[in-house]
Design a binder for this molecule. Structure first.
Ligand SMILES: Nc1nc2c(ncn2[C@@H]2O[C@H](COP(=O)(O)OP(=O)(O)O)[C@@H](O)[C@H]2O)c(=O)[nH]1
Ligand SMILES: [Mg+2]
Length: 351
């Protein structure tokens, strides 16, 4: 009898442990409690992750930071003003931006007292973010134009060249021919870096010697793309800031050359902003917008930064759509901005 009971006990233990192991294996992330979880390693190789999972993984720090701040806003005080103040601080620390934060707080203020709890506030914030970002749409790309020309601009180190490499990979995967133009002629390393991406993705590249006039490279590159009937042209540009005025003049000139070589181009001017630079990115966006008519933003380095709120601020304060987010350094880490994935990754409904 005792032996029989012991056998059943062991069997039960095996089943329970098995179930627990399965549960933890199915969860790609560390539990939300305790200190900031490290960026969790995915169970599946990164290449097999769905876009939604990539958003979740890349925005882990932003999500945890915001969750802690929202949670911290409750419990101490029942007073609405105290709650709003704590939320305001949390949202601003997440780089949602002062003006946008006020809009979001308005939605919380409008909540009936019965919904003024963590779940209710999350719902209100989610709904308001959805409203503010509602018309962000789709991945830019050729719609009959050949070539379709995309100019990529931004200050040094934000991730322009890397983004071009990732974009080249996406367009190549979609079966398009791609030509890269090495318009950042300032350093030899920048030209080489683009060359590596060209090789890796099977794109063509047009380049000149370091120190060459960027406009001349762009003239050659776009001219070649027109002659060869390339599908997509991605133009890299320099971004060194110590010559801010010169840089803007240079970019205007590059833009004019593109227009002249290919009527109707550039079809897209992507401004790359580094999410880790916070509100400074907003002023960069203003400066670039004035010079070259930016049509969309790539928010890079969202992985590992606790400032995912930037995407909301950019859309709301600058009226620029966020086209892509950079969630790492590999080709698969550039993701088209998807509103639902973004909101679920940043502000999950029940956490
Ligand atoms: N973690 C992370 N690093 C990135 C991302 N995008 C670019 N980088 C890194 O940022 C650094 C600067 O990138 P680069 O493309 O050379 O910037 P550029 O000067 O604007 O052309 C490189 O080390 C890149 O690997 C991203 O989305 N996430
Ligand atoms: Mg570069």
């Amino acid at each position: 009898m005792i032996g029989w009971l012991a056998a059943w006990g062991v069997a039960l233990l095996v089943v329970v442990v098995g179930l627990l192991l399965r549960r933890s294996a199915a969860r790609p992330e560390a539990p939300a409690t305790g200190p900031t979880p490290e960026r969790a390693r995915p169970v599946a190789p990164e290449a097999e992750l769905s876009p939604r999972d990539r958003f979740r993984l890349g925005l882990a720090k932003s999500r945890d930071g915001l969750a802690r701040r929202i949670r911290g806003a409750f419990g101490r005080d029942e007073d609405l003003e105290a709650l709003l103040e704590a939320l305001e601080q949390g949202l601003i620390e997440s780089d949602v931006g002062v003006r946008t934060t006020q809009e979001l707080l308005g939605a919380v203020r409008a909540l009936p007292a019965s919904a003024r709890n963590e779940v209710g506030v999350r719902r209100a914030l989610r709904a308001e973010v959805r409203k503010l970002l509602a018309d962000d749409g789709g991945e830019p790309g050729p719609a009959g134009q050949a070539p379709w020309v995309c100019l990529v601009v931004g200050v040094n180190g934000v991730g322009k060249t890397t983004t071009i490499g990732k974009l080249a990979a996406r367009h190549r995967d979609a079966g398009r021919s791609v030509l890269l133009v090495a318009g950042d002629t300032f350093r030899a390393a920048a030209i080489d870096q683009l060359g590596v991406w060209a090789e890796r993705t099977g794109a063509e590249i047009v380049k000149q010697e370091p120190g060459a006039d960027p406009s001349s490279v762009v003239f050659d590159g776009v001219g070649a793309a027109v002659a060869r009937k390339a599908d997509v042209v991605l133009v890299d540009t320099a971004g060194r800031l110590h010559t801010k005025v010169n840089l803007m003049e240079e970019l205007k000139k590059v833009r004019r050359v593109v227009e002249r070589q290919c009527p109707g181009a550039p079809h897209e001017v992507l401004l790359v902003l580094d999410a880790t630079t916070g509100q400074n990115a907003i002023s960069q966006a203003r400066t670039f917008s004035e010079a070259v008519e930016v049509t969309g933003v790539v928010l890079s380095k969202l992985d590992g930064s606790a400032r995912g709120g930037m995407a909301v601020a950019i859309r709301h304060e600058l009226g620029l759509p966020v086209r892509y987010v950079g969630l790492g350094e590999t080709a698969a880490d550039l993701q088209p901005f998807d509103l639902d994935s973004f909101i679920d990754a940043l502000l999950p409904e029940g956490e």
